[in-house]
Design a protein around this ligand. Structure first.
Ligand code: GLA
Length: 492
């Protein structure tokens, strides 16, 4: 470990200041944390330092990634992509130790010994492609709640039961939000027969499913085609049929299947076959289970998502509770419009409405855009403590009926300065129109019936947020729209 570099030349041939002293070059190992299922997440680093530049690989229980970064004095920061907002791993070289920070955990790594590396994974060949028959589910975009956006790893049986109770008492269930979906971090370890168990936060998954069903709701769960999930818990790799059977036996009605850990094994070429494998397994389980593909929009999923039995597929990376993230996600959804329809939907990710970092006006826009694009509506907030304003946004029946319209068309936008106009044809030959003010100041918008394919003949129109009729004069309707706000109409 004790390397003393003399003079370092970069590829350009420029002479840079010599770095004196110890470097981070070498193999290091440290224990990041004991996970909720009792497993230890060890982090193994293989680093090379040249001058102030550091490159290498970081391997954990669930991920392998190449890293690149710099060291200044004793402090280094390593990134795995230029898009990383913060370092994947940061740390300080302290004598013969690395004092590391990864995902908010602080821990120490020491020089690794032979055998400290993780063993390589067995590569399982994928089946030949075929069409998985439709499961007949999700004739309209699925509606419900998911634990991830707000609770992340802090989700447990008690919270899920309380959310289920609140889904009923708040009116969410009766408005159509029926799925109560547990995202990542529920997993335990496999038993001697290879059956995946839940961890201590979820002592009895079957009992939880029974409780959720007793409330007239349905339960969703989460896994990965990889050996590990995004949060590094066991995935379904090599256990697809067994896990589908377990989920069916628990009474699971919905599976979100998240690519993440599959990156340790496959490139994107394998996406379709990998997702097909679980599509087949779910059908074979004999239980109707909505199949949600989570692959961040990669591999042109809209072209094959329905062929692998998918009822919805992600068109984007993860949403966060900001206007910029929400708008970026809906924009990525646009090219996929032709592929939405009953039974198979484009998913721009779950709702952030009510999580506190957008204004109510922005949340109305979020809701309107998801409804206009026939997106799945999975609330991501704390249903137990919603404000009346958030309740009204999530349960606006007139907006929900646009999302759930049986024709299943996904609106596309037309841009006009700061205004974006989204038009969604509906089954009763009316159209839903959303005019979004992307700008930072209130502005006036003119909606032209002729732009909606309605000529000048408007029989009736309603403002879906004001819940009142509006009148088109000579085929025109004018309204003021606040900054980041929306005008949403249903026009006959
Ligand atoms: C990925 C998914 C998220 C969530 C997390 C859980 O990032 O895209 O929606 O499921 O994994 O770890």
């Amino acid at each position: 470990m004790m390397l003393f570099s003399s003079i370092v030349f970069f590829a350009s041939g420029w002479l840079v200041s010599p770095v004196l002293g110890q470097t981070v070059s070498g193999k290091w190992v440290g224990t990041q944390r004991v996970m909720d299922n009792g497993e230890t997440n060890r982090v193994f680093l293989d680093l090379q330092q040249t001058g102030t530049e550091v490159t290498g690989t970081v391997t954990t229980i669930g991920h392998i990634y190449e890293v690149k970064g710099t060291i200044t004095g004793s402090h280094f920061e390593l990134f795995s992509s230029p898009k990383d907002a913060k370092p994947r791993v940061a740390g300080d070289l302290a004598g013969n130790e690395l004092h590391l920070t990864r995902a908010d955990d602080h821990f120490i790594a020491i020089p690794a010994k032979p055998g400290d590396e993780y063993p390589p994974f067995l590569h399982i060949n994928q089946p030949a492609l075929h069409d998985v028959p439709s499961n007949g589910l999700a004739n309209s975009p699925p509606m419900g709640w998911n634990s991830w956006n707000l609770f992340q790893g802090r989700i447990d049986d008690k919270t899920v039961r309380e959310v289920a109770d609140a889904m009923v008492t708040s009116g969410m269930r009766d408005a159509g939000y029926v799925y109560v979906n547990i995202d990542d971090t529920w997993q335990g370890v496999r038993d001697a027969q290879g059956n995946l168990r839940s961890n201590k936060k979820f002592p009895d998954m079957k009992a939880l499913a029974d409780y959720i069903h007793s409330k007239g709701l349905k339960i969703g769960i989460y896994s990965s085609p990889g050996p590990r999930t995004c949060a590094e818990y066991p995935g379904s790799y090599g256990h697809e049929e067994q896990d589908a059977k377990t989920f069916a036996a628990w009474g699971v009605d919905y599976l979100k299947y998240d690519w993440c850990g599959a990156r340790m094994i496959y490139t994107h070429d394998a996406l379709q076959a990998v997702y097909q494998k679980m599509g087949d397994a779910l059908l074979k389980s004999g239980r109707p289970i909505v199949y949600s593909l989570c692959e961040y929009g990669s591999g042109n999923v809209e072209l094959w998502g329905a062929n692998v039995g998918g009822n919805l597929w992600r068109t984007t990376g993860d949403i966060s509770d900001t206007w910029t993230s929400m708008i970026a996600n809906i924009e990525k959804q646009v090219p996929t419009a032709p592929y939405a329809g009953p039974g198979h939907w484009n998913d721009p990710d779950m709702l952030e409405i009510g999580n506190g970092h957008m204004t109510d006006e922005e949340y109305k826009t979020h809701m309107s855009l998801w409804a206009l694009t026939a997106a799945p509506l999975l609330a991501g907030n704390d249903i137990r403590s919603m404000t009346p304003a958030i309740r009204d946004i999530l349960m606006n029946r007139e907006v929900l009926s646009v999302d759930q319209d049986p024709l299943g068309k996904q609106a596309s936008p037309v841009k006009n300065g700061d205004l974006e106009i989204w038009v969604k044809p509906l089954a009763d030959h009316s159209v839903a129109v959303g005019v979004v003010n992307m700008g930072d100041a209130e502005t006036s918008a003119i909606v032209k019936a002729s732009d909606l394919g309605l000529g000048t003949k408007v029989k009736s129109a309603r403002d879906l947020w004001r819940h009142s009729s509006v009148v088109f004069r000579d085929g025109l309707y004018t309204a003021n729209i606040p900054a980041h706000g929306v005008l949403m109409l249903r026009v006959n």
